[in-house]
Design a protein around this ligand. Sequence first.
Ligand SMILES: Nc1nc2c(ncn2[C@@H]2O[C@H](COP(=O)(O)OP(=O)(O)OP(=O)(O)O)[C@@H](O)[C@H]2O)c(=O)[nH]1
Length: 307
Amino acid sequence: MTDHRSGFACFVGRPNTGKSTLTNALVGAKVAITSDRPQTTRHTIRGIVSRPDAQLVLVDTPGFHRPRTLLGERLNDLVRGTLAEVDVVGLCVPADEKIGPGDRYIAGELAKAKKKHTSVFAIVTKTDAADKQRVAEQLLAVSALGEQVGIDFAEIVPVSAVRGEQVELLADLLMKTLPPGPALYPDGELTDSPEERMVAELIREAALEGVRDELPHSLAVVVEEMVPREGRPEDSPLLDVRADVYVERDSQKGIVIGKGGARLREVGSTARRQIEALLGTPIYLDLHVRVAKDWQRDPKQLRKLGF
Ligand SMILES: Nc1nc2c(ncn2[C@@H]2O[C@H](COP(=O)(O)OP(=O)(O)OP(=O)(O)O)[C@@H](O)[C@H]2O)c(=O)[nH]1
């Protein structure tokens, strides 16, 4: 485990440069494109690439690929925030289109916003849509763009996401840049499913009911597992849902759990009814309250929780 690496990456680039397609290709067939997920992470998770030795979490950079909406300070801050938190950024430029003002704008913003320790990759996408000569020219043009804006690309990688060419190589290279660290998400979980997010949100709502003033917004819920109970008859399935409710301090733990666990039982049964209504199947809800103290020192773990 000592060699394990983990971290966050995001792809930036003009619209239509193939960022989503590349994300899907990296994550594999099982990816579910997630919608906004304000509850447990500040940024939408697009997918998770897990390997025995590394885990790469791909996140969205809000607004970055939409320069028109970048006027507001706040959004700019958000973009800078994201770029400051990820370990590696991939600037996507398609092979089949000349580099234009849009690419230069984004590269320029990226040069300003990135942190010193952030690796920046240039990714020349859609190489199947251009001939070899054109791809070679584009690699040079991208390299020149980097020099223009003052970004020293860690790698310049040509890929075709639709053909799956160089996608593995890109994953290898991205993972190599990540800092040492444990997996941030449970093994085998490629991406949070929309169901898990909704379930987490329902539990969080139930946990905040009546104590909203006492507890900070930072109460977070992570669904660790949702698995069908084995050995149940087909016409009477049961879904085991295991979730952790995170608070920041011991005193808050007491508030959530209540006297003799009374409040937590109430939270559990309220949430269970709502989850059953949502999923249309009986569930067994196993709730644990944890203090996120240790997590506070680890920005990545905090990000996972949305603190
Ligand atoms: N030929 C080819 N087309 C691709 C490739 N990757 C993406 N495309 C096409 O390019 C278009 C845009 O791809 P997306 O992945 O949606 O691009 P995006 O950058 O996520 O777009 P936005 O969400 O608008 O920012 C789609 O029509 C894709 O099918 C590729 O490797 N080769």
